[in-house]
Design a protein around this ligand. Sequence first.
Ligand SMILES: NC(=O)c1ccc[n+]([C@@H]2O[C@H](COP(=O)([O-])OP(=O)(O)OC[C@H]3O[C@@H](n4cnc5c(N)ncnc54)[C@H](O)[C@@H]3O)[C@@H](O)[C@H]2O)c1
Length: 336
Amino acid sequence: MRIGLAGVGRIGAFHAATLSALPAVDTVVATDADPVLTEKVATELGLETAPDAATLLDSGIDGVVIATATPGHAPLLRAALEAGVPVFCEKPVAATLAETIELAHLAESTDVPVHVGFQRRFDPGHRRAREAVAAGELGTVHAVRSQTHDQAPPHAAYIPTSGGIFRDCAVHDVDGIRFVTGREVVTVYATGENVGAPFFREAGDVDTAVAVLTLDDGTLATVTATRYSGTGYDVRMEVMGEHAVLGVGFDDSLALVSAEPGADFPRGTPHLVFMDRFRTAYTAELAAFCEVAAGHLASPCTVRDALEAFRVAEACELSRAERRPVDMAEIATVEG
Ligand SMILES: NC(=O)c1ccc[n+]([C@@H]2O[C@H](COP(=O)([O-])OP(=O)(O)OC[C@H]3O[C@@H](n4cnc5c(N)ncnc54)[C@H](O)[C@@H]3O)[C@@H](O)[C@H]2O)c1
């Protein structure tokens, strides 16, 4: 297959390497708003290049991976749908709720598949948890805890375009909770603080946040997100059930230090960045995208899924701003 790639920054360059190693992919054609970066990554990985996204979409590709900075997602997604090119789009599909709703409408009005990049759906631990919940192995699930803790903040220029910690980080926890429990969020209560670098506050953002989500079956879920987690990149989930508690991410690379005397867990090198923690998941999701683009698999994460997670992130921002619980009915959605 011939796969296009728009954006070769942090995640885009990583996706370029992953795509190049997939048996289904013969050629990766890359473009980036920064032509020097395009050439650098293309030379390192042996990619073809295109001067811009329009040329990329017109270069006989079987699918396109959108990994630009967030403001580039919506226009590229629209252009790809118009050109009839199957799309893998990094989260979020758009920077605003209104645009995400419009894109959900658009995607649902075409036959062109769109797969949104919530990679936890391909993480073995999250998949095992989903299977255990669906099979009733845990009995009634009473509580879920999910967290996304970056070891250190991304570069300062990333923050103003990121959409804020809920839309950028905690949105993965929301998707993970929806994926694992199969339930929808009905109310949200969230808060956040900035005691780290001032560039968060300057962008209207926080560096650490907590949300309490009530699911439609009464399960309570908590989400924490922080840009400062000194030991490493710490993503995990606990699913507390009547019969058992399942822990996702509890292997020897778990990024914490045990306070228990004599404990020798975790014994390995902690994950430092998302590429370490989710290497297997990123490979599996891009392999799945090739299947989607070839017409062999339905999208494992649709624009509607991305919209639902985005709506919850939006509710978290509103709750933080207005210091009150927010009912999901207050948040706009696709009509009908
Ligand atoms: N799924 C995940 O785990 C995950 C992880 C990191 C980032 N992301 C998402 O991926 C996106 C990129 O994040 P990043 O950390 O790689 O950012 P980055 O700033 O490192 O890279 C973005 C790149 O996009 C390029 N770019 C910007 N606008 C463009 C356009 N219109 N056309 C072509 N290129 C353009 C920039 O020149 C830059 O090289 C963000 O939307 C982010 O939310 C997802």
